[in-house]
Design a protein around this ligand. Sequence first.
Ligand code: G6P
Length: 375
Amino acid sequence: GAAELGPYRHYMQKEIFEQPRAIADTLEGVIGIVPELFDGQPREDGTHVAAWRVFKEIDSVLILACGTSYYSGCAAKYWLESIAKIPTQVEIASEYRYRDSVPNPRTLVVTITQSGETADTLAALRHAQSQGMTHTLTVCNVATSAMVRECELAYITRAGVEIGVASTKAFTTQLAGLFLLTLALAQSKGRLSEAEEARHLKAMRHLPAALQAVLALEPQIISWAEDFASKENALFLGRGLHYPIALEGALKLKEITYIHAEAYAAGELKHGPLALVTSDMPVVTVAPNDALLEKLKSNMQEVRARGGVLYVLADADTHIQSEEGLNVIRMPEHYGELSPLLHVVPLQLLAYHTACARGTDVDKPRNLAKSVTVE
Ligand code: G6P
């Protein structure tokens, strides 16, 4: 009811602003990286599966999910391969379940699901199990769900109840859980030094404060949303670890504003979407200060040269300045591997405020359901 909304107009806005708390809760009690964080839920007979045994046995990861949860999996692939050095595949659950694939019994099957009840993700899990892949782990927000019951191991995110159909705090807590999983796997394989562990833990503990600083950008996002409200198409660009964030930003926008939005890996721009660029199609660019920054800047130049209008989320020291046709919001800090958790927040707010400006039903967008429990 209205009382629970407090100062917020919609659940989605409330849930966006709950993210510092949700991340703090998800990380509460994490004093070191240990496989036990991912142990199985206790069974009726009191036993449960120990994650360290499973982590010792696996040599690859297969991530299965739908919707926003699929995009958190896409980001996790970058972490799992670069930090834990574990070959990782990410697959849309509804594709995997009907595809002939080559099972590897030494794969850790990771399902990601807010609800734990999505029909396609459950079916994909059962398909993997039926092919002899017994090592399964879920990153899930509902401890009592079917998914948690059916997986060997579980990591329960503590986002709290999410009501808005468009997922926000569930996504960032999934990312936090998947980053911890990456570190735990790296450690099990002897690939995480104590110094690295300490560095990552420190960065994770600072996340709630860092998220708070990003939420303070809301007034600047509102002014972007005023521009977006009258548009019918938008393009989102990102590279590397932030390509999935561009995908998630585009998904948020289409779900609740009904503006057609597409995300592209920035390097693919010239293989198609550049043909669509006009001053009528805003181009949102996620620009962290990473190794790909110079490449991204030349992609932005390609857009400007065609009269496209850029909206750039630029990290602190990227030296990208606002000018005609180039709107910059500066992110408070440069956050390395965990940067996706911060860059997604302005994109959530952009979708939210654009939807408000267009007067759509933010928490219950047409034709969509919070949890898709039938195929
Ligand atoms: C629906 C929701 C999305 C969600 C997706 C997967 O489409 O509207 O917000 O990302 O289902 O749901 P899950 O509960 O499996 O994460």
